[in-house]
Design a binder for this molecule. Structure first.
Ligand code: FAD
Length: 460
């Protein structure tokens, strides 16, 4: 590339991450030409809102669609185009126009893969055979509309999977009037995120809402000829009209694999600059093997928030910058029934398996003075390194106020703040909004006391 020509940046995938690659590249340098290749026929949509459109909280799926923001108009956008092949030597991408069926090549100086992921279909008899005929996944507007249409004429459903997205979909279907069984092979709820005692609060709530919970009992088979008729779970045959698979996602890596880019079994391998094994090709979002911020070890983070932050870094680097991606904390929030559930960093088991000796503190308290209308209780759990007091993770579950407290913990982890210091932070207080001695402060103080006790013992 000569100094007088614009740098050609090609992005494959206009999703949560791809959009921010484009924004970042264009704000980092004026001398770039950005082209986005996207196989969908419309600009963008919010996958995170799909459960709420199924439920009807958002009354029209069309509202989830949005256009690429106006200031990005100078970006060339090829919707209804699929990237078929990357030639890293020639630095070209072969693209197919899905409307005309014509293929052509685009040159790049930097290429960013923002390919996303696809839902996993469990390898059990009946699952693939009945996909679309009673077995559904929720990943696009189109498959969500299809599920909703069938749900309107159904009486019962089985939701397979106990992660945040799965439970959001389960609540949506329940609120449409269906009887719901939720099944997952491992017993605790959200095991990669919450400790079992925090997960139990959610399980209790799901029981209150009238779900039949079969955790620790995986689904073995889906029966039916033209349409789903029943499922088999731990020897029991359960009649059902619908089955929804929400057991996680697998990264889209075919394009990268065929280009000779190095992969792990978790996705595309990237450096701290989010560059792949081939120079000038970057990758971000659900398609990469991500690492955590605390110790840079592998950490699954199939979240829009991670894709967006990675997009900012990769977009800048694609212009020639040297930005480093610090890693993810998997900071997340979900609304399941009445409960707001948020978490960040390691849960206790993860912290231990990463070699940390930990202290934990758990407090349940009112988020505003109990006498204030609308006050509800929130459970907060913190995980800190016993030796340094540094925070490693946090979890919060309650009707309100989980997310903002967990966002503070995410910042504290990133800054390496110890629980013994964090308590000195002044938090805003007014009775209609909060408590003077907040439940988060209580959990911090409790953890700090445990850390101090440990260090005093060591000094003795
Ligand atoms: C139901 C649901 C609820 C969710 N809720 C949340 C939430 O509350 N919070 C949160 O943080 N995350 C949530 N997520 C996860 C979040 O949506 C993803 O982590 C995020 O979208 C990943 O961004 P991405 O850019 O990596 O991939 P995507 O947003 O999936 O974008 C990838 C894009 O690449 C395109 N593409 C792929 N291959 C090609 C090709 N060869 N040629 C052209 N185009 C191609 C695809 O069409 C797609 O548009 C949810 C996901 C789902 C499905």
């Amino acid at each position: 590339m000569s100094e007088n020509t614009n740098r050609k940046i090609v992005i494959i995938g206009l999703g949560s991450g791809g959009l921010y690659v484009a924004k970042s590249a264009m704000s980092t340098s004026k001398n770039v030409e950005v082209t986005i290749i996207e196989k969908r026929s419309y600009d963008m949509f919010s996958p995170c809102s799909l459960p709420f459109a199924i439920e009807g909280v958002v009354d029209d799926f069309e509202k989830l669609k949005f256009s690429v923001p106006g200031h990005l108009k100078r970006m060339k956008k090829l919707t209804s185009h699929e990237a078929l092949k990357i030639d890293p030597k020639a630095k070209t991408v072969t693209v197919k126009n899905l409307e005309t069926e014509k293929t052509f090549e685009i040159n790049y100086d930097s290429l960013v893969l923002a390919l996303g992921s696809k839902p996993i279909i469990l390898p059990i008899p009946g699952a693939n055979e009945l996909l679309g005929n009673g077995v559904f996944v929720v990943s696009t507007i189109e498959n969500s509309i299809e599920l909703k249409e069938h749900a309107k004429n159904s009486k019962s459903a089985v939701l397979v999977g106990g992660g945040g997205i799965g439970l959001e979909i389960a609540v949506a279907l329940k609120n449409l009037g269906l009887d719901l069984v939720i099944t997952k092979r491992t017993p605790p709820v959200l095991p990669k995120t919450l400790d079992p005692d925090m997960g139990q609060i959610i399980e209790d709530h799901l029981n209150e809402l009238g779900f039949r919970i079969l955790f620790g009992k995986g689904i073995d088979r889906i029966n039916g000829n033209d349409w789903v008729e029943s499922v088999e779970i731990a020897g029991e045959t359960i009649p059902t009209d619908l089955v929804v698979m929400a057991v996680g996602v697998e990264p889209n890596v075919e394009l990268a694999k065929n280009a000779g880019i190095e992969l792990s079994n978790k996705g595309i391998k990237v450096s701290e600059r989010l560059e792949t094994s081939i120079p000038d090709i970057y990758a971000i979002g659900d398609c990469i093997d991500s690492y955590n911020l605390i110790n840079k070890e592998h950490f699954p983070s199939h979240l829009a928030t991670s894709a967006y932050l990675q997009g900012i870094i990769a977009g800048a680097n694609a212009t020639g910058a040297e930005e480093i991606y610090e890693g993810t904390l998997g900071t997340f929030v979900s609304k399941i029934g009445k409960l707001e559930i948020a978490a960040t960093g390691f849960n206790t088991e993860m912290a231990k398996s990463n070699g940390y000796d930990v202290v934990t503190s758990r407090i349940k308290h009112w988020i505003k003075p109990e006498y204030m209308p609308g006050s509800t209780e929130l459970s907060v759990k913190l995980i800190a390194d016993k030796e340094t007091g540094k925070l490693l993770g946090g979890q919060a579950v309650g009707e309100q106020g989980a997310a903002w407290r967990i966002n503070i913990i995410a910042l504290a982890i990133r800054e390496g703040i110890a629980v013994t210091d964090l308590g000195k932070t002044e938090l805003a207080y007014s009775p209609p909004v909060s408590e003077m001695y907040d439940v988060l402060s209580m959990a911090i103080e409790f953890a700090a006391r445990k850390v101090k006790r440990t260090s005093e013992k060591v000094l003795k």
